[in-house]
Structures are given as C-alpha cells and as structure tokens.
Design a protein around this ligand. Structure first.
Ligand code: ADP
Ligand code: MG
Length: 435
C-alpha cells in the first residue's frame, strides 16, 4: 500500500487509474535481486515495465536502499494449453487494442521536426481510409511514433471505429499461434475486418518471409476495402533489408512522413507540457538546462523528468538547478561508461549488414569504410575513449585518420539525410541499450 501510494504520487492520474493500481506486490527474492509484481495481462505487464520500471526501482532504492530487478508477471499464469487458447481467442481483440490513454493529439507537442507526421496523422484519424493510405511514419527511437500512432487509435475509437493496434511482433506471434492451432479464420477475421489497422515497428518484418506473405494479403484486403492502415518504422521502407519489393512499394503508395529530433524550442515546449501533465513545476532555467543537455530522444527526457520528480519528493527536496544538474551528470556519465567499443562495432555491423570482423579488417570497400566511419563517430560521441584509443582498438596505425573520419561524418550529417537518420538511430539504440 505504501508503495502504491508513492507510485500514485509519481505517475499521471490516467496511467495510475487505468493500469498502475493493478500492481500487486508478490515477493522479493532472498538475495534481494528480483522484486516480483503481478498484473492481469501481459500487455499491461509489458507496458508498465517499459514505462515505469525505473520509477519502481527508484522507489525501492529510496525506501530501503536496494535496487532489485523488477519482474512483472501475469497473475495465475499456470494454465492448461486449452485454457490459454480459449482465453486468447476470447480476449484477443480487446488485448490488442489496449491503447495508452495519455497518447492523444492534445498531449503531443507539434514543432517543425514532427509537423508533417502530426498533420498526416490528424488527417487520417478524421477520415480513415480516405486520404493517405497507407500512412507510413518513420524516425528514430523515442521521438513520438508510437504516441502518434496511438493518438490516431484513441481518436478513431471515439468515432466508433474498430481499431487494431499491434506491434509487428504481436502480429507475427498471433499469426504463428493461429497456424499452430489451426485457427486462421479467427486471425483473418480479426485483422481483415477492422476499420483502422495500426502496426508499430514494422521494420521487424525484415527477413520474416511467411509473415510478410500474410501481411501482404492483410494489406491488400484492407486497402481494397478502403480501410485505413498506418505503420511506423525506424527507417524508410526502401531501407528495410529483407523486405519483399511488393511490400516496399505498397508501403510507399500513400504518404511517408518522418519525425526528426526536435530542435531546442520544441524540446522546451515538450518539457513544459510533460512537467505540467505530471504536476511538476520547473523554472525556466531548469527547463533550458534539460533541453540543451539531452538531445537524443524524448523518452530519455521523460525519464529524467520522472527521476527529478521522484528524487525531489522522495528526498523531500526542492527542485532546483543543482538537483537537476546532479541527476543529469550521473546520466550523461553513466551513458558514456556503459557503452563499450565492441558494443558499437556489433550494433553498427548488424544495422549495416556486414560482419563485425570487417570493421577491424583492412578492407576498404565503400560499405566497410562507411561502417568504420560510423563506428568512429559513435565511439567519440558516446564513450570516453581518446582518438589514439579508438585507432588502436580498430587496428589503425595513425590516429589522424580518426579525426579525418569524424570530420567527414559531421559533414555527412549536415547534408545526407539518410546518414543522419542512421546515426540517430544507432545512437538511440546504444543509449537505450536496445540491442
Ligand atoms: P517512438 O515510438 O518513436 O520510439 P514514443 O512514441 O514511444 O517514441 O515516444 C516516447 C515518449 O516521448 C512518449 O512518452 C511520448 O509521449 C513522448 N513524446 C514524443 N514526442 C512527443 C511530442 N512531440 N510531444 C509530447 N510527447 C512526446
Ligand atoms: Mg515506438
């Protein structure tokens, strides 16, 4: 109870009433490393985990100094296979349309970095299936793609439309589940009979041939029936490796709109809005400090706001610039200490479809040279390593070529939109440990 009282204080009323208050604390492992909670279904579990895990951990830390891993389980998970199937079929539609009630158009701050995606989303939610079909929203992690996608859903639901929101992974799981259990009819009824189909993170279709085939038919059926399809991705359709051409071209039939990293003014407006929504008062000075020091994703900024609020109220401290500087210093330093050169190599190699060993090799093909440049740039930006350190690690004799590569990378970021997007994505993935 004590715990929930704190969570209630630190979260938005909407989030709390809808999902967080369901949290039931079960136990902490004997070595104090894992704290277990239960909720009623797995979507709520993963939603709480992705949005509030840090806060929950922080509560433990403040209450008794421990910092356990947080595990959120689904209550009474041990069921027979038959029960699981019947229940899944019954709950299916409801589960997949769980939308975050706070992701609305009203709570979305519009600036030049996201104007086009916002306008297109609004247009689509007002007249689903009529204009811009499909709508394809792309951009780096934590920049508001899911927020806009769900805003369309929340809006369309109020107009009485049938909305399905799923990540492409959920779609895929649903599909394999239906094949295994010979229930394709149910699957097809679900996905082909809705008014608005919202698919998040479609880039993960990459290389999944059977799912692509099924999605192709879903797409055609909905499109022919003038039903709205909206997808998000961290890159353009043409940049999704292992996506069949007929899907690539279909994804570009309607409108593709990008979301970029917000400029300073938009960031300030977002911080103002988020702190207002969370009932935190921040001075202009503090808002500017956060906006200028955090630049990669809004999710990161949100995390910081939650931490500021938590620290202030749990430590019974006033929110002043010093407190915020302290919190951010930790964050910036931690990021740099957490990212290691081999991580950078691995993630760059996997994103650019080459072998990690190529980057350290003597190969000079354009692809490898480009990947090496990306690694060098990220190593300088995200770690404490010096240029000679980086040169040594990559097996390069001369560290002047490191500075040359950094200069070149900076030039490319200025003039090559695609290069910039790749860098932003990788940066976000590394910072958020998404690999
Ligand atoms: P993505 O799906 O692109 O990775 P999300 O939509 O999950 O990013 O956004 C991350 C967080 O940042 C969300 O909590 C979202 O509400 C917030 N956010 C992103 N852009 C904006 C914006 N323009 N205005 C308000 N909040 C935003
Ligand atoms: Mg998302």
């Amino acid at each position: 109870k004590e715990f929930l009282a704190i969570i209630k204080q630190e979260s938005t009323a909407l989030d709390y009433n809808r999902y967080l208050k369901q949290l039931v604390y079960k136990k902490i492992s004997s070595d104090e490393k894992i704290a277990v909670f239960e909720v009623s279904n797995k979507y709520i579990a993963s939603w709480i985990k992705s949005k509030y895990k840090n806060l929950i951990q922080h509560c433990f830390e403040t209450i008794d100094g421990t910092k356990p891993e947080i595990e959120i389980k689904v209550a009474g998970e041990k069921k027979t296979k038959k029960e699981i199937i019947t229940e899944k079929l019954k709950n299916d539609t409801a589960e997949s349309t769980i939308l975050n009630p706070s992701y609305t158009f009203d709570s979305f701050v519009v600036g030049s970095s996201n104007q086009m995606a916002y306008n297109a989303s609004l247009a689509v939610s007002k007249k689903p299936g009529i204009q811009y079909n499909p709508l394809f929203i792309y951009g780096g992690t934590g920049l508001g793609k899911t927020h806009l996608l769900q805003a369309i859903g929340n809006d369309a639901i109020t107009q009485g439309k049938t909305v399905i929101y799923v990540t492409i992974e959920q779609f895929m799981n649903d599909f394999t589940f239906s094949i295994k259990n010979k229930n394709m009819e149910h699957f097809r009824n679900k996905y082909r009979k809705c008014d608005v189909l919202l698919i998040d993170d479609i880039q993960f279709l990459s290389g999944k041939e059977q799912t692509q085939e099924e999605f192709f038919h879903t797409f055609n059926e909905l499109h022919n029936a003038k039903k709205q399809i909206v997808m998000t991705s961290d890159r353009l359709p043409s940049q999704i490796a292992g996506l069949v051409d007929r899907l690539k071209s279909r994804f570009e039939w309607g409108l593709t709109a990008d979301i970029q990293i917000p400029g300073l003014e938009t960031k300030i407006a977002i911080i103002e809005k988020k702190s207002e929504l969370n009932g935190i008062h921040l001075s202009r000075e503090i808002i500017n400090f956060i906006a200028t020091n955090l630049d990669s994703s809004i999710r990161e900024i949100e995390g910081v706001l939650i931490r500021i609020n938590a620290s202030a109220s749990l430590l019974n401290q006033e929110i002043n610039l010093e407190l915020v500087q302290g919190l951010l210093k930790e964050q910036i330093k931690e990021t740099k200490e957490n990212i290691k050169l081999p991580d950078i190599i691995n993630i760059v190699a996997s994103e650019l479809n080459i072998k990690p060993s190529d980057i350290k090799s003597k190969k000079r093909t354009a692809t490898v040279a480009n990947a090496r440049r990306v690694v060098i740039y990220l190593a300088r930006e995200l770690t404490h390593n010096s240029m000679p350190d980086i040169a040594k690690f990559l097996g390069m004799k001369d560290h002047s070529s490191i500075s040359h590569n950094i200069k070149k990378a900076n030039e490319l970021i200025e003039k090559d939109e695609n290069f910039k997007l790749i860098i932003e994505n990788l940066k976000n993935k590394l910072i958020n440990k998404e690999w």
